[in-house]
Write a protein that binds this ligand. Structure first.
Ligand SMILES: Nc1ncnc2c1ncn2[C@@H]1O[C@H](COP(=O)(O)OP(=O)(O)OP(=O)(O)O)[C@@H](O)[C@H]1O
Length: 703
């Protein structure tokens, strides 16, 4: 038995750790900031009771004739408050804590279970109040009181099952919460909370029987009877037996099983270690890789998302879309066919422009998303940081957030206790730990998050944009940490970053993702350079220029006279700066009455501005263009260029009367320009031209 318990404990260890921490913070946050704090959980039902008692017992004279009817009313009110609060908050919790689900390998039902458990704690406090009241009202408690925890557990399971079902619907249709409000109102009157069942049974015996078919009503009645029905009451024994009888708990368990089946995806049901995913599959390998050396293998992974095109989070819109045959979404293919292997001990970089799918790939590796196609195999334990400070709550103190964040990384309270001082010392936040996180600067928050995150233990660390944390002194510490990890052959790191300095410094391999595919892989220096080049396309000063030119005459740069104008590289796009950069300009041109010319502009894509500009009539390149389809080859010597990224932009224009404003016929838009980069260790990064440009000629004494 104890071995079985131990196995269950091990299997659900992560879920238990996170559950406990979420319950604690959830309960704490409910009463935080109020003057009376947790006392509200006692006062609220008492106040409600006072209202009910006055209206229904004093004025409407509802009673079953027992002296404890008032307490029974209080008890029913508490149970009903629990049920309505737990299902309402539980239903909304998946959406409210969606950040956790998107960033941590995490079973979603824990969020709902923790929220409903928060309400359950309030119920526990309330029932203690009921029992104390009972003493003063001469209630005679019997052993049946011992059945109450069983009844409550049953109610909790029912509330949890309903919350899961409603919560799943609520993710798609927000109307569900409004409908549920109405259902709760109706149910309140259909359950004998404020009136005795005997009253209904007296007038409508069949209705009273139907009422009892409702498992919620029955459980509430059970609790009341087990607590308060006086000794000798004819119903008492039956009700006590009923609580233990089989069909009743079975209903709750069946509801929970149904909710689990419908609401919890298969992969979430498989989560064992939460943040620590352990799989020891045989990773797929290519011919050159020793399978024992592979830590992670990603094979032909593809993923797309459905992006809503019409507002479809309401039932009405969903119905209208359905009747009109509108899908209400479009597919966005984020990853197409990604394959790579990471060897044990690698520091592996993943780079790409915004929206290229890096985080999606990390989430697939971490088990947060399931790929549509392809496989991911991991050998060892994998710790996804995904993002620093996941689950951080601004309303909690730094200390509380450390425990919460630690739990999400799989650490129990005892484990966090043991490392707490180290975390605080590393974060250099000793004096701030009892302050709420909302009072921290953003730098302090990431320092704290980083200090917790680096405690995570596993063979493979998955880091998403966790570099450049904090001020300069703190960055040095982080740098030391990364160097240590890099030098540790037992650690494998997968790093997503936009810092090409970090890629070159830490990584031994990297991939560049563009449009959902790997376009460059291997040497991190080369990958970083290609990335810089890709990134040069995004710079705003080019956009502005293009925008103004779009408004100029031809909206997309090209037109019937010049349907094609394109600059293509002949040399490699990453140049060493020793040989010239060679490129072609291809055009199709139908001449007008004036002679057409080809103009070229060389732009510094890193710093902005023109390096070389023949954009005036007087400086025409002197290449008249002829009718038809042609290709012209050019070359630019790069000896004196520093390291940077450059863009070549072509125009076709004709002479005009104003030499400062030549007449544009066409220009290359951003898709048809050519980008290249200069990379050579003899160059510096400062300024466009290298210091080799300046020659020392002579020095002459004046006085
Ligand atoms: N859960 C989601 N639902 C719908 N679309 C999503 C979802 N997650 C990501 N996307 C979309 O997938 C694309 C890739 O996103 P992702 O976060 O992977 O990019 P990224 O390369 O990490 O970008 P960044 O460098 O900005 O962090 C984006 O267009 C994003 O809008």
């Amino acid at each position: 038995m104890s071995a079985l318990m131990q196995r269950l404990k091990d299997k659900y260890r992560y879920s238990i750790v996170v559950f406990k921490e979420l319950v604690k913070t959830d309960f704490q946050l409910r009463y935080q900031g109020s003057f009376l704090g947790v006392l509200w959980s006692v006062l609220k039902p008492l106040m409600l009771f006072a209202v009910m008692y006055t209206v229904f017992v004093r004025f409407l004279r509802f009673s079953d004739g027992t002296p404890t009817f008032a307490i029974s009313l209080l008890c029913g009110t508490c149970l009903w408050s629990f049920f309505s609060e737990a299902t309402t908050m539980g239903m909304q919790s998946i959406v409210n804590r969606g950040d956790l689900l998107r960033k941590v390998h995490f079973p979603s039902y824990i969020i709902v279970a923790a929220t409903t458990m928060g309400s359950m704690i309030s119920l526990g406090i309330n029932l203690i109040v009921v029992i104390v009241f009972g003493f003063f009202s001469h209630a005679h408690y019997t052993w049946h009181v011992l059945l109450v925890p069983l009844n409550i557990l049953q109610l909790y399971v029912l509330a949890l099952a309903i919350s899961l079902l409603m919560g799943t619907l609520y993710v798609y249709f927000r109307d569900v919460s409004h409908i549920w409000d109405v259902v709760l109102q109706a149910m309140f009157y259909a359950i004998p909370v404020i009136y005795p069942l005997s009253m209904v049974a007296h007038y409508f015996p069949l209705v009273s029987k139907i009422m009892l078919l409702n498992p919620i009503a029955q459980t509430i009645m059970d609790v009341r009877h087990n607590l308060l029905v006086p000794r000798g009451h004819p119903d008492r024994l039956d009700m006590g037996r009923q609580s233990l009888s089989f069909p009743h708990p079975l209903r709750a368990v069946a509801a929970a099983a149904l909710a689990r089946r419908v609401c919890i995806p298969e992969e979430q049901q498989q989560i064992r270690g939460g943040a620590l995913v352990t799989t020891v599959n045989n990773p797929a390998t290519d011919m050159n890789d020793d399978p024992n050396e592979i830590a992670l293998s990603v094979s032909h992974v593809a993923k797309s998302f459905r992006l809503p095109t019409e507002q479809a989070s309401g039932l009405k819109q969903a119905f209208l879309n359905w009747t009109k045959g509108i899908k209400g979404y479009r597919e966005q293919q984020v990853l197409r066919d990604i394959s790579f292997n990471v060897r044990k001990g690698d520091f592996f970089g993943i780079v790409g422009r915004n929206g290229s799918g890096k985080s999606t790939l990390l989430k697939i590796i971490s088990g947060i998303y399931i790929p549509e196609k392809g496989d991911v195999s991991i050998s060892g334990t994998l710790v996804p940081f995904i993002e620093l400070g996941v689950g951080f709550n601004p309303e909690l103190t730094g200390r509380e957030n450390v425990y919460l964040n630690g739990a999400l990384l799989g650490f129990s309270r005892e484990q966090v206790d043991a490392m707490y001082d180290d975390i605080v010392e590393f974060a250099e936040l000793t004096d701030f730990m009892d302050q709420k996180l909302k009072n921290y600067s953003s730098g302090m928050q990431v320092r704290l998050a980083f200090s917790v995150a680096i405690k995570a233990q596993g063979d493979i660390l998955v880091l998403d944009e966790v570099l450049a944390v904090g001020d300069e002194a703190f960055q040095k510490k982080c740098d030391n940490f990364f160097k240590q990890v890099k030098d540790d052959p037992s650690k494998t790191v997968i790093l997503v970053t936009h810092s090409m300095g970090a890629v070159k410094k830490y990584c031994n391999k990297a991939i560049l993702i563009k449009d959902g595919e790997i376009i460059v892989s291997g040497d991190p220096g080369n990958v970083a350079d290609q990335y810089s080049l890709e990134n040069a396309h995004d710079l705003n000063y080019f956009k502005t220029k293009s925008e103004s030119e779009k408004a100029y005459r031809f909206p997309n740069g090209l037109n019937p006279l010049v349907p094609m104008l394109q600059v293509t590289p002949v040399s490699p796009k990453i140049c060493d700066g020793l040989s010239p950069f060679v490129f072609d300009v291809e055009y199709e041109y139908t001449p007008q009455d004036k002679q057409g010319y080809l103009g070229l502009i060389l732009q510094d894509a890193r710093r902005g501005g023109q390096v070389y500009d023949i954009d005036t009539q007087s400086h025409y390149l002197g290449v008249p263009i002829e009718s038809g389809h042609h290709k012209v080859r050019f070359s630019i010597p790069l000896d004196y260029f520093n390291n940077s990224e450059f863009r070549i932009f072509a125009t076709v224009r004709t002479e005009s009367d104003d030499p400062e404003h030549p007449e544009f016929v066409a220009f290359t838009n951003d898709d048809f320009c050519c980008y290249f980069a200069v990379r050579n260790d003899r160059n510096s990064e400062n300024g466009i031209l290298s210091d080799r440009v300046l020659k020392f000629e002579q020095i002459e004494q004046i006085d």
